[in-house]
Design a protein around this ligand. Structure first.
Ligand code: FES
Ligand SMILES: [Fe+2]
Length: 407
């Protein structure tokens, strides 16, 4: 079986590898790259935190039931989501100001959340508005409230500086709202740093991993475009052996045969920090598939993430066909994601056992991606500083005397 390789690709042969891990297009660089050593001068990518000053999906809309709060997390920050009686989404720090227990265990009352322990009540701004055993004049500390909004079945929270929430662009969510597509919403909790997910999706040379599902597919790198916070890579594919799976035929709508010249398909994978998309075209201007995906770090070390994906497949001309084929497509994509999950979790295991990222990444587009993720993320030291500091903006001092209650 021909393993995908960059060696024969004319686009990549033009790329010069420099010892510091950068590369350039143009005249050949005569210095030999030392591919045996990882680049230890760059900050370790797995110690770069996801930047909190973006909109992140923390839950599916359908998970937020009336009257009940849902416990979620962003990089170690516990966040309780709930709906007011009018149906609006609210996001509060999931830690009662009183004794730090999860507010998500409490009760929703109107547009407020009441802690399940002593019954302190918090409004949607995080202010404590009632302590059942204190007078109204002596209300204690509140909790942090997060900007939040709902779109296309996802609940988004802005976990960073709330003053920036209105300025930071809300993500474009692919084709989920487009009636020409049928969309599958999927998600998994994956035990790896979110950067492994970014690299996995963009590096199509790993189709070898999916050979049991996809047959023998050879990706061919066509080119890349890069900006400050985005990167786009184009590929096409040729089949070098094996048959096309049924799930794949649902997406492409027709049987493909081998050879570059026959190949009409083009795939563009894009990272627009911190999101990714993958689109496939098969002959006309409207993609046959559009995947939008985000990876949300869960723990403070960011060694696990939750994936939220919107996988939209263009509806074929024949009515009802996509519904009939949908279970196959679900099975096909689940198997692919399961293979990816297993392998990225093994990458995380290797990172932890070696105490650092020792990857020898030599594919220039993925080197670009790693640079982008370093540039746009937050180094761990800085990240810990900002995360471990409690937000005091909503804290009012407790009265030191004159309480109108008796013990
Ligand atoms: S712990 Fe929440 S009210 Fe006491
Ligand atoms: Fe994969």
């Amino acid at each position: 079986m021909a393993e995908p390789s960059i060696a024969g690709d004319p686009d990549l042969r033009k790329v010069n590898f420099l010892p510091d891990g950068e590369h350039s297009l143009g005249q050949p660089d005569l210095r030999e790259p030392d591919l045996r050593q990882p680049d230890l001068r760059e900050p370790d990518l797995r110690r770069i935190g996801a930047h909190p000053d973006y909109w992140y999906p923390l839950a599916w809309s359908r998970q937020i039931k009336p009257g009940k709060a849902l416990a979620t997390r962003f990089a170690g920050q516990p966040i309780a989501l709930f709906r007011t009686e009018a149906g609006e989404i609210c996001a509060l720090e999931d830690r009662c100001a009183h004794r730090q227990v999860p507010l998500s265990l409490g009760l929703v009352e109107g547009d407020a959340l009441r802690c399940g322990y002593h019954g302190w009540r918090y409004n949607r701004s995080g202010n404590c508005t009632d302590v059942p055993y204190l007078g109204k004049g002596h209300l204690p500390n509140g909790v942090r409230a997060y900007p939040c909004r709902e779109a296309d079945g996802l609940v988004f929270v802005f976990p960073g500086d709330p003053a920036l929430a209105e300025q930071v662009p809300f993500p474009e969510l692919g084709a989920a709202a487009d009636p020409r597509y049928k969309t599958r919403r999927f998600g998994r909790e994956i035990r790896c740093h979110y950067t492994f997910m970014h690299e996995n999706l963009m590096d199509m040379n790993h189709q070898f991993l999916h050979r049991a599902q996809m047959g023998q597919i050879r990706p061919r790198f066509l080119g890349r475009r890069i900006g400050d916070d985005w990167l786009e890579i184009d590929y096409t594919f040729a089949r070098s052996g094996g048959g096309q799976s049924l799930g794949e035929r649902v997406i492409f709508g027709s049987k493909r045969t081998g050879g570059w010249s026959n190949n009409r398909d083009k795939m563009t994978i894009r990272t627009t920090y911190p999101y990714q998309s993958l689109r496939i075209w098969a002959g006309d201007d409207l993609p046959v598939m559009h995947l939008w995906i985000a990876y949300v770090p869960l723990d403070a070390e960011q060694s696990s993430n939750r994936t939220f994906g919107l996988l939209s497949v263009r509806r074929p001309q024949i009515p009802g066909l996509i519904e009939a084929a949908w279970p196959l497509l679900v099975l096909f994509t689940e198997r692919i994601f399961a293979e990816d999950q297993e392998i990225v979790e093994l990458e995380q295991t290797a990172f932890e056992s070696q105490g650092g990222d020792l990857n020898q990444e030599i594919f220039p587009p993925i080197q670009d991606l790693r640079g982008l993720l370093r540039r746009c993320g937050l180094p761990q030291e800085e990240r810990q500083g900002s995360w471990r500091t409690r937000d005091d903006s909503n804290v009012r001092p407790l009265p030191s005397e004159g309480n109108d209650y008796r013990l």
